[in-house]
Design a protein around this ligand. Structure first.
Ligand SMILES: C[S@@+](CC[C@H](N)C(=O)[O-])C[C@H]1O[C@@H](n2cnc3c(N)ncnc32)[C@H](O)[C@@H]1O
Length: 196
């Protein structure tokens, strides 16, 4: 088990309290406008299930995935949609999703593995499917409490995306952290579309 997952198993209640009320409405709007009614969404690294619940309540067909068993146990008491206990690297499915929502989750993938993981999830999108992912906007990766944080600037993320031949960049959005006392942290959110 990775140190990232160990951290979330140990600190799941603290993390849930800190993140569950974050106001994600700006980013929801940016993502949802590309999805049809009843579209399927994979909430990748869903944590507290805050966003899964929001998307389910909007009528989307949600699959919530997380690699922390403690998060999964909590989600089972809360969500009615499909819940998958898996790490990003091991998830296998025959399904194709209309949208993938990876909010502050792929940032725990090591930089050297990022291309392969993003490619894997682009493959799980239907053609014209939309992929949202967000990272801390920093020039350097770092480690905190045993967790790996892979960071990007707008330019470094564009360089990574230029390696994918079947996507189009829809939008890059820079925001401040919406959690209390974290307002100085900036995030880069990227929406891409699978075009072939
Ligand atoms: C920073 S939290 C973000 C949670 C949620 N998306 C949010 O925005 O509040 C990262 C989540 O990703 C999960 N995670 C980290 N690495 C993972 C991996 N390799 N596979 C599956 N889940 C992972 C953690 O368990 C945690 O719930």
């Amino acid at each position: 088990m990775s140190n990232n997952i160990k951290y979330y198993n140990k600190n799941f209640d603290k993390y849930i309290k800190e993140s569950i009320n974050a106001d994600m409405s700006l980013l929801y709007n940016e993502f949802e406008k590309y999805l049809k009614k009843n579209a399927s969404i994979l909430d990748l690294g869903c944590g507290s299930g805050r966003d899964s619940l929001y998307f389910s309540n909007k009528g989307f067909n949600v699959t919530s995935l997380d690699g922390s068993i403690k998060m999964i146990d909590y989600l089972k008491s809360k969500l009615k949609n499909e819940i998958v206990f898996s790490v990003f690297e091991e998830y296998k499915t025959e399904k194709k999703f209309d949208g993938i929502w990876a909010c502050a989750s792929l940032l725990h993938v090591k930089k050297e593995n990022m291309k392969d993981i993003i490619l894997k999830y682009i493959d799980l999108l239907s053609i014209n499917g939309i992929f949202f992912m967000s990272f801390k906007l920093r020039n350097k990766d770092f480690e905190k409490d045993g967790r790996v944080f892979t960071c990007f600037s707008e330019d470094s993320f564009k360089i990574l995306l230029s390696e994918f031949l079947n996507i189009e960049i829809i939008k890059i959005i820079v925001t401040n952290d919406v959690r209390r006392n974290r307002e100085n942290e900036k995030w880069i959110s990227v929406i891409i579309k699978r075009i072939k």
